[in-house]
Design a protein around this ligand. Sequence first.
Ligand code: NAX
Ligand code: K
Length: 464
Amino acid sequence: MPRPDQILTVAQMRAAEQALIDGEETVSSLMERAGAGAADYIWRLSAGRPVTVLCGPGNNGGDGYVIARILRERGVAVQVVAPLEPRTAAARAARASWGGETVAHSAGEVFVDCLFGSGLARSLDPALERLLNDLAGAHRLRIAVDLPSGVDADSGACLNADLPVFDLTIALGAWKPAHWQMPAMELMGARRLVDIGIAQVADAMRVSTRPHLAGPPMGAHKYSRGLLSVVGGAMPGAAVLAARAAQGGGAGYVRIETSGREGLPVPPDIVLRRVPTEELLHDRWIDAVLIGPGLGRGSEAQAILAAVLERDIPTVCDADALHLLEPPMLQGRTAALIVTPHEGEREALSEAFGVVGDARIEEVVELAEALSAVVLAKGPDTLIAAPGTPLTFMPPASSWLSTAGTGDVLAGLVASRLAASADDPVRAAEEACWLHAEAARLAGPAFSAGLLAAHLPQAWRAFL
Ligand SMILES: NC(=O)C1=CN([C@@H]2O[C@H](COP(=O)(O)OP(=O)(O)OC[C@H]3O[C@@H](n4cnc5c(N)ncnc54)[C@H](O)[C@@H]3O)[C@@H](O)[C@H]2O)[C@@H](O)CC1
Ligand SMILES: [K+]
């Protein structure tokens, strides 16, 4: 049985389809199944309203003719707009079985985009781009089949500057990377998947599914639930915020260690340890370390980072630490390392570690290899990469997370989950993202980072 969370590149999708065609299936039988699955969604959503289907020259267009035929059989008034003749045998057969006329333009209620799917090879020429936008603008409800036309399936790039936004995108057979990547994701509206019998592909990428988190067992104590040290630096507020979040992430014992002298607004339930740099983390019970939020970027900060990494304890590096990290600091390390860069930090890391990829997805994967670390590349389309492990895509979270300090909260959460389960850093990163997203949902619109952290205890309820 395929997992509904698998994400396939165009090449993997073609190979998986070919495997079915080498068996009992034909392109036409797959097209019939894909079209029927999409037609079901469209029929429900159109609720008796007339439907316009825009059909392109390839098999995505073929799906469109199947959808048009099935909707007409169910009594829906259907118009087909076909600016290009079908070019594949299966699409020609689907057009023949539709049998109806085609029109040059249509306006009304429901628009279905079957112009191009995963076979899009270049940007839409101006006439097609205009037609697509005109039709989308002339209908109330917009549905894209497999992918919105104009989107590159593998990278999530938009090949045209001006593409319409859809209410629903119906993915066929399996998710493609574009379904979970910006900027394409922003065009898709809600996403639904139609199963057409594609098998599970070995080493397929996946979209993260909601985890189940266990509460502490009956015999738990603060050390068994994980001891986390947050290393403070020049700007102590960020470390305190991260430590607050870490408490909400489930670690049993969260402390801040600092070699600085600055006054820290540390709440009474977070232990503060002031020690010289060479004595940082001198406690064999420490399960995980977080370093970076508020660390600073000077030579002192760099010395602290080097000393911390040398301790070879499971570590999360965020913020300033990502600008200071250099290959020699990781030599000889065996403990887990998680880095949590946003776009700018990821670019800095790529430069420091000599990583050059063609696209974000490849670059994140290569960065994980170069660092021998889990890379949590955060943003509206967060990716989690680890050496030798298929890439994980996180479903999008609230866009209200785009405010100062939410990265410190996420770093605290990742470190907290790592302290609780250092044997599986990918899982720790994933769990942290889910808690972060759920807390954002609960905190409502326009929240501050502090309020986000304050909602973590309630966020847990969604995963217990
Ligand atoms: N291959 C299969 O077995 C199945 C494919 N399915 C559908 O088929 C789609 C993929 O089919 P195709 O590979 O035919 O791809 P498309 O339907 O996306 O179209 C590709 C065709 O358009 C041309 N083309 C690409 N970019 C163009 C541009 N900018 N302007 C003008 N022409 C352009 C290509 O040369 C090719 O002829 C999927 O997205 C899905 O909707 C489904 O029917 C299920 C079965
Ligand atoms: K499409």
